[in-house]
Design a protein around this ligand. Structure first.
Ligand code: HEM
Length: 287
């Protein structure tokens, strides 16, 4: 399914860039491009009708507000939004049973043994997990391209290769939390059973025992990295991210002569667990 999305990704990136440029060459790359592009792509993959995108985005924002409270156990402050989301997916799964479409929900209904509730929950999780991380990835890439003069010499490096270094150097998800299921000793320190552990992906990706000169962005390093996690819960969306990132950024690079980023007006994400931008104002000279 992901492979078939290639043209959809191109079309969405192009049309979103046109929308962003509608009001002039200056816009916020995050709000006007890096947020809507991955959202539209993952909604299309899952099978959310266009008319419902706004509603879904509002639910996503509600849940992020609850979940992003850094390492504390916070209960949902908005049970009504939770119930509305569950109802929405229940109705969508039901509708696909009688009228399957070319989308992920229909395939899960027909081909998987998941319950209706599991299909709904997984689809919402795909949207949630696939939207914010991708937005951060695209904004991080644009910022690094600018800082390292890559707009002036785009053909020198393979986009796919540069983006692996973007993922290592500015990993969108900087940390995850786990609980130990037995006591472990790491580097001489004992972590008891049942302890919460914060795994710093961002730190692992700058490990000097693994990388030469880890704090330097090397466009053609092509690193092996942990930006998508590892083990049982390794990112299921990594193949989509690796297809989407190069297509979207190539579309941007091909359609503009020059991009000037106003780094002094950029606003970073406020949480240590996310590395990206809230705002990344740009001034673009279209081709
Ligand atoms: C550059 C973009 C992305 C980054 C950096 C990223 C990063 C990650 C990381 C680090 C994990 C592991 C979490 C853990 O072990 O606790 C993860 C899991 C996951 N990701 Fe991504 N992700 C990206 C894009 C996507 C996309 C596009 C999708 C879906 C369309 C997606 C869906 C998921 C899901 C569903 C999981 C949970 C997998 C599981 O628990 O088995 N991700 N991602």
């Amino acid at each position: 399914m992901i492979h078939d999305l290639r043209h959809t990704i191109e079309d969405i990136a192009r049309s979103q860039l046109d929308n962003a440029l509608e009001d002039g060459p200056e816009f916020d790359f995050v709000t006007d491009f890096a947020v809507p592009v991955p959202l539209r792509i993952v909604m299309q993959l899952v099978g959310i009708p266009q008319r419902d995108h706004k509603q879904l985005l509002s639910w996503l924002e509600t849940f992020r507000g609850v979940m992003n409270t850094e390492y504390s156990a916070v209960e949902s402050k908005n049970p009504a939004a939770m119930e509305a989301t569950v109802d929405y997916f229940e109705r969508l799964v039901d509708a696909r049973k009688t009228d399957p479409q070319d989308d992920l929900i229909s395939r899960l209904v027909v081909e998987s043994e998941l319950s209706d509730a599991e299909i709904g929950a997984n689809c919402f999780d795909f949207i949630m997990a696939g939207q914010g991380t991708m937005s951060e990835f695209l904004s991080n890439a644009l910022s690094l391209f600018d800082r390292h003069g890559l707009f002036e010499q785009p053909i020198q490096y393979e986009m796919e290769v540069v983006l692996e270094e973007v993922l290592r150097y500015r990993s969108p998800l900087q940390s995850r939390v786990r609980e130990t299921t037995e006591s472990v000793t790491l580097h001489g320190m004992e972590i008891p059973d049942g302890e919460s552990v914060v795994l710093w992906i961002g730190a692992a990706n700058r490990d000097s025992q693994k990388y030469d000169d880890p704090d330097t962005f090397v466009p053609d390093r092509d690193p092996d990295h942990l930006a998508f996690g590892s083990g049982t819960h390794v990112c299921i969306g990594a193949p989509l991210a690796r297809l989407e990132g190069p297509i979207v950024l190539r579309t941007v690079v091909d359609r503009v002569d020059d991009i000037e980023i106003r780094h002094d007006e950029a606003t970073p994400k406020p949480k240590a667990s996310k590395l990206g931008f809230e705002r990344l104002p740009v001034s673009v000279t279209p081709t």
